[in-house]
Design a protein around this ligand. Structure first.
Ligand SMILES: NC(=O)c1ccc[n+]([C@@H]2O[C@H](COP(=O)([O-])OP(=O)(O)OC[C@H]3O[C@@H](n4cnc5c(N)ncnc54)[C@H](O)[C@@H]3O)[C@@H](O)[C@H]2O)c1
Length: 357
């Protein structure tokens, strides 16, 4: 059996997770790796079977002609990587959340991808955790009655976490598109982070099936005292006429339903467990067009538009119609519009994480 050839760009934390997981799957072989940091590249190569190495992703892609072009660079780098991937003739592009930092860039990469007709996957892989799977199973079983609300909160800041929160709630809501969003944002400390974000953003979303989405990300979002790991203090759930169910990223799941009473179970986000099924679905999609990956680009775009609409509402005020009609640079606009006042936090630990302690 010939293997799908994989190029992985960015040998940081997530690039290494991806590259090792591709090599662990019999359907894939990493044939090329790239980083602008020579030491990272040299350190990674022997762990990955000594594939071709380069400091230049586009040149390496032309040389190795990968079936899969995977990039795990920071969120500021999307358009040139997608161009390099499309130009190389790759059949599938896999990249990290968030889809883009701005709607202007979202529109550009979406056009590139749709025009090329290439398969694309975005890494919202927490969903493979057994606790996330259980929550989805309960929502889909109908045990909540009529689902009227989905919600997600995280103390981690927006560009790290909001994409995850929105994507999993959209999954619970069967990727029904949203029709509008409205939000407020506060705090400038993380605007210059490598995951640039307001320190706190909170807002509401109307989905086309009448379901309400409620999201909070950053310093003002509530603590989840049951969870010790700060990045795992994420609570994502659904409420219906006959019950509720929610997952804590590092604290299991819990539900109360009319038919089942109180139920709960364990689970904590674990890259080693979540990456293999995420990678396997890429093989399944490459093997058969009729098996699209759950984390496909069109799903990710629905969430990306919501995330950008929330930011635009925080900038402009009022409700923002979805889908978005035009692209703007939300990052620059946030920098010019956010009030110069320190964010107010929900708990002591957030003071430290947001540089206020
Ligand atoms: N899905 C998840 O659970 C999850 C978790 C953590 C991070 N992420 C996302 O993964 C992405 C990467 O995060 P990370 O923590 O691995 O970052 P990182 O800083 O550890 O790694 C990024 C790597 O990209 C390299 N790089 C930068 N510019 C490059 C270029 N032009 N060509 C080649 N390499 C280049 C850097 O040198 C670095 O080694 C981010 O978008 C982040 O939001 C996702």
């Amino acid at each position: 059996m010939s293997k799908y050839k994989v190029l992985v760009v960015g040998m940081g934390k997530r690039g290494m997770h991806h590259a090792t997981s591709f090599n662990a799957n019999p359907k894939f072989q990493v044939v090329g790796i790239c980083d602008i940091d020579q030491k990272r590249l040299d350190d990674a190569a022997p762990k990955l079977g000594n594939p071709e190495k380069s400091l230049d992703a586009a040149a390496l892609a032309k040389a190795v002609k990968p079936d899969v072009f995977c990039f795990c660079t920071l969120p500021n780098l999307r358009t040139p990587m997608i161009k390099a991937a499309v130009d190389s003739g790759a059949k599938l592009i896999a990249f990290e959340k968030p889809v883009t930092l701005t709607s202007a860039e979202l529109f550009i990469v979406r056009d590139q991808i749709r025009h090329a007709g290439v398969k694309v996957v975005v890494s919202h892989q927490h969903r493979y955790g057994k606790h996330y799977q259980k929550v989805k199973e309960i929502v889909a079983s109908g045990a909540l009655g009529r689902v009227h609300t989905v919600y997600g909160s995280a103390t981690g800041w927006m560009t790290h976490m909001l994409s995850h929160l929105i994507d999993y709630t959209c999954w619970f809501n069967d990727y029904t598109p949203a029709t509008w969003a409205m939000a407020q944002a506060a705090g400038r400390a993380k605007l210059t982070d490598n995951h640039p974000s307001p320190d706190y953003i909170a807002g509401f979303v109307q989905f086309a099936n009448g379901v309400r989405g409620i999201y909070e990300c950053g310093a003002g979002a509530p603590d989840q005292p049951e969870v010790a790991k700060w990045w795992g203090k994420n609570r994502i759930g659904a409420q219906g006429t006959e019950g509720f169910v929610e997952v804590l990223t590092n604290g299991g799941w819990r539900a109360v339903t009319k038919s089942g009473g109180y139920q709960s179970g364990e689970g904590a986000m674990n890259y080693d467990a979540d990456m293999p099924p995420y990678i396997q679905e890429m093989a399944d999609w490459l093997d058969n067009d009729r098996n699209p990956h759950q984390c496909n680009f069109e799903h990710a775009c629905l969430g990306a538009e919501i995330m950008l609409a929330l930011q635009r509402s925080a900038i402009e005020g009022g409700q923002i119609v979805l889908p978005l009609a035009n692209g703007v640079d939300e990052q620059t606009l946030l920098k010019s519009k956010l009030a110069d006042r320190p964010v107010l936090v929900s708990c002591e630990q957030n003071k430290k994480e947001f540089g206020l302690a």
